[in-house]
Design a protein around this ligand. Structure first.
Ligand SMILES: [Zn+2]
Length: 317
């Protein structure tokens, strides 16, 4: 059985949005059983609420958006990734802008916020989606597939012509501590030659070397990487976030080749379009390493020290 979880108390942070550059205050609040993950726009009349669900996937250009139109909220994937990794089922996230804060470009700050708040088990189960037959989605030369597996395993491959990225493959099996140790510190990244294009698209207005790794053809602009294969680890971080749109933990082995938010979102929708390939599990006892049943176990997680990046000048603005 997978017990629903929320947080014990509210926690807040402030920052700027990666793409809009807008300042934003964000608060996580406890939510009742079966609420799901809810985003609430405190800056708009009526405080519209958007639920994380496949039908609410919005724009996917260089970030994941929930909702459409004025109430939409951009770049939520790192927040969702932290929620999914720790098994937080029910939470209300209040924001006073149209984009989540980027902070250091990874999900480590959101993990810390959740652990500061404390997790608590609720008196209800969440169903799991267990893959029974393979599903595959292809978009041009990119591929995502899933096959039956007794856990959530991800094998991600990226292939960039940039010599400092190149081809990277990583296999990761999701557990809260494994995510904390190996994934949460991986920062978002871009190619130096992409920056002008991103500007023209009105994106990356809040981007800087303090929240993104920038790869040029002849060097890495940041002082250092947090992992040798930081880009593929960040892709796994993004995938964990985008899978939150399923609303249920997934049991399967996902393989991705050259993926991104668009491919992840098509995969989520394809799962719901192919109900014959999976089944809901409601009463299965899971290994304690997969999803912690007792929220208080969160206190046992060990958080490695975060290397503070130096105060580089903003390069995109
Ligand atoms: Zn990302």
């Amino acid at each position: 059985m997978y017990v629903q979880k929320t947080i014990k108390k509210q926690v807040s942070c402030s920052g700027i949005g990666l793409h809009t550059g807008n300042p934003v205050n964000m608060t996580f609040k406890p939510a009742a059983i079966n609420s799901g993950i809810l985003f609430k726009r405190m800056d708009l009349d009526g405080h519209p609420i958007l639920k994380i669900h496949a039908r609410n996937i919005g724009d996917l250009s260089y970030a994941t958006t929930v909702g459409a139109g004025e109430a939409a909220i951009k770049t939520i994937e790192h927040v969702l990734s932290a929620m999914h990794a720790l098994g937080v089922t029910n939470v209300l996230i209040e924001l006073d802008s149209n984009e989540a804060p980027v902070l250091d470009g990874s999900s480590s700050c959101f993990i810390k916020m959740l652990l500061d708040a404390g997790l608590t088990a609720q008196n209800a189960m969440n169903k799991l989606i267990r893959i029974q037959h393979p599903i595959e989605v292809r978009v041009k030369d990119t591929i995502i597939s899933v096959e039956p597996y007794d856990g959530l395993k991800m094998t991600y491959t990226i292939d960039f012509s940039n010599p400092f990225i190149g081809t990277q493959t990583k296999t990761f099996e999701l557990t809260p501590q494994g995510y904390i140790d190996d994934i949460m510190r991986a920062r978002t990244f871009c190619l130096y030659e992409e920056i002008e294009y991103l500007w023209k698209m009105g994106l990356s207005k809040g981007g800087s070397l303090d929240n993104a790794v920038v790869f040029a053809q002849d060097r890495i602009l940041n002082d250092s990487l947090r992992y040798d294969d930081e880009p593929v680890r960040h892709k796994i971080l993004d995938l964990v976030g985008d899978l939150a749109f399923l609303g249920h933990p997934l049991l399967g082995h996902i393989k991705v080749y050259k993926g991104g938010h668009l491919l992840h979102a098509k995969f989520v929708k394809e799962i719901f379009a192919k109900p014959e390939c999976w089944t809901y599990l409601v009463d299965r006892k899971l290994s304690p390493t997969f999803y912690q049943e007792d929220g208080d176990h969160a206190d046992l997680f060990t958080i490695p020290k975060i290397t503070q990046s130096s105060s580089n000048p903003q390069i995109f603005v």
